[in-house]
Design a protein around this ligand. Sequence first.
Ligand code: PSU
Ligand code: MN
Length: 303
Amino acid sequence: MNKYLDISEEVAKALEEGRPVVALESTIISHGMPYPQNVETALRVEKTIRENGATPATIAVIGGRLKAGLSEKEIEYLGKKGTAVTKASRRDLPVLVAKGQDGATTVATTMIIASLAGIKVFATGGVGGVHRGAEVTMDISADLEELARTPVMVICAGAKSILDLGLTLEYLETKGVPVIGYGTEELPAFYTRKSGFRVDYRLDTPEELADTFKAKQEMGLVGGMLVTNPIPEEYSMDHERINRAIDQAIQDAKQLGIHGKETTPYLLDRIQKLTGGDSLASNIQLVLNNARLAALTASALCR
Ligand code: PSU
Ligand code: MN
């Protein structure tokens, strides 16, 4: 085992016995939602995974240790600290580990640590991507590069239109990352089920997801797979309304000179405020929906 990695007792036991485990990220807790909804959601997500037959492994860096499986206390700690915790992507890990510091893991770093621990399925809300205007800023999330190199299946609700969805799909195609629509031919846009962009393939069952991932791995093709699972109809938002909030948030970010790693957390927070919390309610529901699918898929992979 990697000398910097700590696997919790519960997660280690499940892995040893060949039982399904689902990884969860912690930037969504510290930077993706406000306290206390962030902690409540993180614990509800873990519960949902258990109810669907798998073991949750929330991932973070605590005191310089890579953690696969957090206690309730550790989740509460990260949630309360919020944006005071370092948002940790691939480039941040060396310094955090060497200095013994804390970090909330993004999709990229959660994939790295999940892979070190031997966890193959990871559920979250949204992934990073190519930002609008990236042809000038070059702001492309390290999440995409991680999907190209690290063997973890990431189950998300598609990508928000804070990103350039078309360029994000092009980037993933270049990097050889399969983008799967779960029960849909259309890329879901996080808060809504439709985006106007097509996914590469539609798959309809957890077994099909598991078979596809297995085939990719057994052929020796490096990298992960992105599963986009549309938000349930009853929780999806009105297109016009959410897109107006997103456009406004992007304009505000520009005016304030927000850039780099602050961009995504700023936009998420601004959108939540502009929609009077409705987007947060949708966000929570889509994460629970992804957790359910991830648990079923991890179970299928174990069979
Ligand atoms: N998108 C969301 N919610 C999130 C994030 C993205 O809808 O919480 C977080 C995830 O942790 C993702 C990260 O990995 O933001 C991407 O940040 P960046 O664009 O700086 O790579
Ligand atoms: Mn960025």
